[in-house]
Design a protein around this ligand. Sequence first.
Ligand code: ADP
Ligand code: MG
Length: 566
Amino acid sequence: MRKFKTESKKLLDLMINSIYTNREIFLRELISNASDAVDKLYFKSLTDDAVVIDRSELAIEVSFDKEARTITVSDNGIGMTADELEKFLGTIAHSGSEQFKGDPEVAASTEADIIGQFGVGFYSSFMVAKSVRVVSRAYGSDEASCWSSNGIEGYTISPAERATHGTDVIMTLKDSTEEEDYDAYLSEWGLKDLIRRYSNYVRYPIKMTVTKRRPIPKPEDAGEDYVQQYEDYTDVETVNSMVPIWKRRKSDVTQEDYDEFYKSDFHDFTEPARTISVHAEGALSYDALLFVPKRPPFDLYSRDYEKGLALYSSNVLIMNKCAELLPDHYMFVRGVVDSSDLTLNISRETLQHNSQLRAIANKVEKKITAELEKMRDNDREDYEAFFEHFGRALKFGIYTSYGAKSDELSGLLMFYSASKKCMVTLAEYVEAMPEGQGAIYYACGESLAHLDKLPMVKAARAKGFDVLLCTEDVDEFCFQALGRFDDREIANVAGADLDLATDEEKAAAEEASKANEGMFEKMRDMLGESVSKVVVSTRLTDVPAALTTAGPISLEMEKLLSRMPD
Ligand code: ADP
Ligand code: MG
C-alpha cells in the first residue's frame, strides 16, 4: 500500500466528506480525461510515423453493472504505464496544486472554492465511489497495470490484463443513503443524462451499450387474434452529439451549454464572463469560440503561463495552445479556432509564417476588443471586475508594443480617479477636465492612501484638476508608452516641469528662492550629491517640503527600476 502525498490526501478528504454538492460532475471529469488521452494518442500519430491509428476507431465507452454497483469509463487512448499511474494518480497532477500549500488567498477561501480552483479531476470519482480501479495499458507496451484505491489511506499498483492500449476507470459506487441517491447513476437513463448535459460536445463518440426493444415479425401462420410480441436486444449507441459546439450557430446553443463546455474544456469552476462566437465565411472561413474568464488562473502573470487558443482543422485538434492566435494583451482569453482552410500537418515552425493563421489572429483580436468595449459601455460592473483581474495584461500590451497598440487598447484602460474616488476611463477623465487643464495627470505610488497625501496630487487637486492614482508597477511604463490620449499629453503630476502654477505664483516663488538663496546654499551643501537643486515650489499646499525628480523618470519609477533584477 502506498500513501497519498499530503496535499492529495487533503484534497481527497475534501472530496469524500465534501460540502461540494455537485457530485454528478465526476463523469464529466473522467470523460474529459478519456478524451484527453485519446487526443494525446491521436496527436502522437500526427507527429510520429511509428504510431499508426485509425481515427474512426477512437472512442470512449461508458457502461454500468447494476449488480456489482460499478460504472466503467473506458478509452482507447494513450494509456498509462505503472510508473505513470503512480505519478499521475498518486499525487495531484493539476498545475495549480502547488498553490494549495502556501497561498493565503486559497487558505482563506471556502472548501468548495478550493476544489473548484484546481479543477476536480480524477479524484472527483471518490465523491460517488467507495473504491476505484484504473486498469491501463500504455500505447506501445504489452503490459497492463491496475491502480486501486478506496480513497482513504492510499493505493496499490499491481500487474493486470488488458487486450489493447487504453484505460478503464472502474468505480464501485457508495451505498445510497437517505440523503444521497447513488443508484440513480446505475441506469442507462441516468448516465445518458449526465453525458448529454456535461459531455455533449466531446469530440470523440461516447458509446453506451443500451438495451432496446423491438417487435418480433408476425409469424406467417399467425391467426386473427395474434398479439404483437417484442424482444429485447442490445445496441451500441453514441450518446453525445459530437458536432463541435463552435460549429453551431449562437442561436442554437444555450448559454448553459457554452458554460458547461467552457468549464469542462478549460478546467474552470466558474462560468465565463463573456462568450464570443464567430462564424466567418468567404475568402477565409473559420469558426471561433472565445471565452473571457471571470477570474484569472493562478499562474496568469507568471512565467509558466502559456497563452493560446486550441487550433482545429475540420474538427481535428492540431494544437492545444496555439500562441500565434492571441496577442499577449489578450493572453487570458480561452477558446477554440477551427478552420478547414488550414492544412493538417501544420508544424509549429510553419505556423508563424502562415498568413491565414495571422489573418485569423487579427480578426480574433478585433472581436475580443469589440466585446470588451461592449462590456465597458453596457455592463460597467462586469467590466470593472474584468479590469481588476486582467487590466494588467492590457497595460503591459501598451508598454511592450511601445505604444503601437495604443489606439486599440487605451480606450479599455481604467484608473482610479482621485476626485471621483472610483475607476474611470481615460475618455471619462478627459470629459471631466476643466477649462485650462492642459494635460492628463497621474501619480504613482504604493497605495491610494499614500498617493492621496502626496503634495503634488494635492496641488493639482487644489486647482480643480483630477489625478489618476496608480499603484501598479506597470502603470507608469504604460503611460510613458502611451504618451498622449485624445491629443492630450499624459503627465506625471510629480514631474518637475509641470506647469500647474499661474504666472504670479511662479514670480513669487522665484523671488522667495532669491531671498532665501543663503539658506538653500547651506541645504545643498549638507545634502551634497543626494540632490541636484533646492528651490521654492509652487506645488506645496499644506506640507513644508517635497522630493521630486528632474528627469523623465519619476521617483516611483526609479524606485521600481532599482528593485528590478538586471
Ligand atoms: P488533469 O486532467 O487536469 O491533468 P486529473 O486529475 O483529471 O487532472 O488527471 C490526472 C492525470 O492522470 C492526467 O493529467 C493524465 O495524465 C492521467 N490520466 C487520467 N485519466 C487518464 C486516462 N483515461 N488515460 C490516460 N491518462 C489519464
Ligand atoms: Mg482531468
